[in-house]
Ligand binder design. Structure first.
Ligand SMILES: [Cu+2]
Length: 149
C-alpha cells in the first residue's frame, strides 16, 4: 500500500514537473520543432521622434549581450531573448517555459533607458508605464520611444 502511494506520488510529481507555476509561465506557448518555447514580439524604436533600426544580433554579438543571467535557458551562443536582423523581430527562444519581460531584453541589450528623456512604451497601442516588468507575448507590437537630448 505504501509502495503504491509512493509510486502514485512519484508519477504525480513527474507529471506535474513540466507544468509551470501559475504566474511565472505562459499558458500553451508556441513551441518549435526542437521543443523550445519560441515566439516573436516585435519592437519599433523611435529615437528623437524618428524611426530607428533595432540592432541585429542583440543577445548574440558579445557587444550587445551585456547580461548573462538568463543564458542557461537559451541555445548555446544565444540569449533566450535575441534579434537576428534589424527588423525589430524579437526572438523569445527558451528551453524553459518562463515569463520573459521587456526589461530583461533591455538588460541583455545593455540599453540603459535612464540615460534618456521622455521614455515611453506602448504595447499594441496601449501605454505601459511599468515597461521593465511587462511580460512579452507572441505578436506583441511594442513601440519604444525616447529622446537623446
Ligand atoms: Cu525566433
Amino acid at each position: 500500500m505504501v509502495i503504491v502511494i509512493a509510486i502514485g506520488i512519484a508519477v504525480f510529481m513527474t507529471y506535474q514537473q513540466p507544468k509551470a507555476l501559475p504566474g511565472n509561465a505562459y499558458a500553451n506557448p508556441p513551441m518549435d520543432a526542437m521543443g523550445m518555447m519560441h515566439f516573436h514580439p516585435s519592437l519599433t524604436l523611435v529615437v528623437d521622434g524618428k524611426p530607428a533600426p533595432v540592432p541585429a544580433q542583440i543577445g548574440i554579438d558579445p557587444t550587445m549581450w551585456q547580461n548573462h543571467s538568463l543564458d542557461l535557458y537559451g541555445m548555446k551562443g544565444m540569449a533566450p531573448l535575441h534579434t537576428h536582423d534589424t527588423s525589430g523581430t524579437i526572438h523569445v527562444e527558451s528551453y524553459a517555459n518562463r515569463y520573459y519581460t521587456f526589461g530583461q531584453l533591455l538588460d541583455i541589450w545593455g540599453l540603459d533607458l535612464s540615460a534618456y528623456k521622455q521614455v515611453t512604451v506602448t504595447v499594441n497601442g496601449q501605454p505601459v508605464s511599468d515597461y521593465q516588468n511587462y511580460v512579452l507575448n507572441d505578436g506583441d507590437k511594442i513601440i519604444l520611444s525616447f529622446n537623446t537630448k
